[in-house]
Design a protein around this ligand. Structure first.
Ligand code: PLP
Length: 423
């Protein structure tokens, strides 16, 4: 009898025995094409020698030294490299162990920034519906995925949620894409004014919405307007690139495509590429200086922040992405994947929308293409799809069910950047 506490108690998954490029191979020798990287984690596939060598080399030197006493060469190098490629203004890197830790830290850093500057009343956060920012209490409070929130609702922190930028469902008839983007962005200003600008600490959003919508980017101009509104009211902008960052959209940082820089940026998943658990929160010089010149201490931390072996892995991943042209490869392979999906499913009666950037693509399933009526949630099509695909040796990431009545079912594809045309 197994003593593992599995994700689904009724499911006994096969044992993953080894990895081979884009494939995971189970104990029985069955090969699965990993077309979702788990959940957009495995950007380098499953057998990258450069990353495993970097981890081994670090372990041969030292595995762990607590950050209240030491820094490490691996962490310092990683931070320098992340900032060298980062959007304008981001200056400091706080290393954590995963995505939820990164967003949780971002919320707390935003709060502390305002405290340090003598604005203790700024404690309210605004996020978006149909978003996911992680499973810890703060991150879950920010998330707008109702199914994930529901059981824990009494424990969550009160935050506001505005509509996401989701043109497929939100754009009104006759409205231009640009006007739609401005209208949904302006909802942030309305919410800031409703709450009281002096009380709002930050706005958090995913540049390309992953798990909850299925690779939905914003329309042009949306994030520029969001940036303007945040600046006007002294509200910090936190971008959650835990899923869409690290090259996944064909840009190292997803917000490059939107032409803006946040005050705080969260990454994880592709940062360790599955070789080590690691995430990071990047923040602006102004935020860092507020802490440095104020209390001098970010009142937050976990034992494994800045873990040297994880940092060494991420350093090697980042080199593969930036020095070996894998971000560009992600962009060109993404265009091929998009064309192939449109060719195969563009006219399919139950595919309403095909979207995404880079190797981050989503298909939205509908009952009717004309009415965009979501696929019948009672059928639990996402669970069936996942099971069927897995049985045939394909790992993809279907999600959905119309929990809040305003979204459909979708399938997310996020294959490794080393994927070949035939695969
Ligand atoms: N933020 C986003 C956008 C995510 O997609 C996820 C995970 O799917 C998280 C945060 C949480 O990351 P983790 O599962 O590493 O805690």
């Amino acid at each position: 009898m197994s003593h593992i506490f599995p994700r689904h108690t009724a499911v006994k998954p096969p044992v993953a025995a080894r990895g081979d490029g884009a494939y995971i191979i189970d104990e029985a020798g069955k090969r699965y094409l990993d077309a979702s990287g788990g959940a957009a984690v495995s950007c380098l596939g499953h057998s990258d020698a450069a990353v495993t060598e970097a981890i081994k080399a670090q372990l041969d030197k030292i595995a762990f030294a607590h950050t209240s006493f030491f820094t490490s060469e691996a962490a310092e190098r990683l931070a320098d490299k992340l900032i060298a490629h980062a959007p304008e203004g981001l200056d400091r890197v706080y290393l954590v162990s995963g995505g939820s830790e990164a967003t949780e830290a971002a919320l707390k850093l935003a709060r502390q920034y305002h405290l340090e500057r003598g604005e203790p009343q700024r404690a309210h956060f605004i996020a978006r519906l149909q978003s996911y920012h992680g499973n810890t209490i703060g991150a879950l409070s920010a998330g707008g995925n109702m199914w994930r929130r529901e059981p824990f609702e009494p424990m969550l922190v009160k935050m506001s949620h505005i509509d996401p930028c989701y043109a497929y469902r939100g754009r009104q008839e006759g409205e231009s894409v640009e006007d739609y983007g401005q209208r949904v962005a302006n909802a942030l200003e309305a919410e800031i004014l409703r709450v009281g600008p002096e009380k709002v600490a930050a706005f958090i959003a995913e540049p390309v919405v992953g798990a909850t919508l299925g690779a939905v980017p914003s329309v042009p101009g949306y994030f520029r307007r969001i940036r303007e509104i945040c600046d006007k009211y002294g509200v910090l902008l936190i971008l959650d690139e835990v899923m869409c960052g690290m090259g996944r959209t064909g840009h190292l940082y997803a917000c490059e495509a939107d032409g803006i820089a946040p005050d705080i940026l969260c990454i994880a998943k592709g940062l360790g590429a599955g070789y080590q658990p690691i995430g990071a929160m990047l923040c602006s010089k102004a935020i860092y200086e507020a802490i440095e010149q104020g209390s001098g201490f970010f009142q937050h931390g976990h034992t494994y922040i800045g873990h040297p072996a994880a940092a060494a892995a991420a350093g090697a991943v980042l080199s593969r992405l930036t020095d070996d042209g894998l971000v560009e490869r992600c962009r060109t392979m993404g265009e091929k994947l998009d064309a192939a999906l449109r060719d195969r499913f563009g006219q399919h009666p139950h595919i309403g929308d095909i979207r995404g950037r880079g190797l981050f693509r989503g298909l939205e399933l509908v009952a009717d293409r004309e009415t965009k009526e979501p696929f019948d949630p009672a059928l639990k099509i996402n669970a069936k799809l996942k099971k069927e695909a897995f049985a045939r040796g394909l790992i993809c990431y279907p999600m959905g069910g119309t929990i809040d009545g305003r979204r459909g079912d979708h399938v997310l594809l996020a294959p490794p950047f080393i994927i070949e045309d035939a695969q």
